[in-house]
Write a protein that binds this ligand. Structure first.
Ligand code: HEC
Length: 144
């Protein structure tokens, strides 16, 4: 009886943790939707370009005397950086919740709706070369 119960719990645990990445990465590696990317470009110009630069080239930083402790130069978001190593789900989380590191990327929850955040993510993905798209996510190390 107890062994059966433990077995059941183990199965539920295994199913739960194998399904989570599958559900989470449903869109990862897919080409961005052109219309969504177009809408996202407008949002990007308004809220993101100040730090991430035109077309996500990155590196827009205030002068050193204005940088607080733990400051990180905003990374490039186009295919030349490592943004494409993240899944779609992780990118959405970063956009909505910001970086866990203080004094870096703010949370955009409240400013952007979830759909606007998805659109801006599609815009970011539209800046990547084909290979980055194809190899997006945790497979980037083994993908050819
Ligand atoms: C005030 C400057 C600033 C603004 C504005 C800003 N970001 Fe960021 N962003 C950062 C910094 C700094 C990081 C790096 C955070 C870290 O590594 O902890 C970052 C990280 C990211 C990442 C993760 C990149 C990676 O390769 O891991 C994404 C995606 C991102 N930003 C998207 C956006 C989007 C979309 C917007 C506009 C809605 C935006 N950012 C606005 C400063 C900014």
């Amino acid at each position: 009886m107890t062994i059966k119960l433990i077995k059941n719990r183990v199965s539920i645990f295994v199913i739960f943790f194998t399904l989570i990445p599958v559900i989470g990465m449903a869109e990862t590696g897919k080409a961005p939707d052109a219309k969504a990317a177009k809408r996202g470009a407008v949002t990007f110009e308004k809220y993101c370009v100040a730090c991430h630069g035109k077309k996500g080239i990155g590196g827009i930083a205030p002068p050193p005397f204005l940088r607080g402790p733990g400051y990180i130069t905003p990374p490039t978001l186009n295919g030349s950086g490592h943004t494409w190593h993240h899944t779609d789900k992780d990118l959405l989380k970063t956009i909505l919740e910001g970086s866990p590191r203080p004094n870096t990327m703010p949370s955009w929850k409240g400013t952007l709706t979830v759909n606007q955040a998805k659109d801006v993510r599609d815009y970011v993905k539209s800046l990547w070369p084909e290979r980055s798209l194809k190899c997006q996510g945790p497979d980037h190390m083994v993908c050819k």
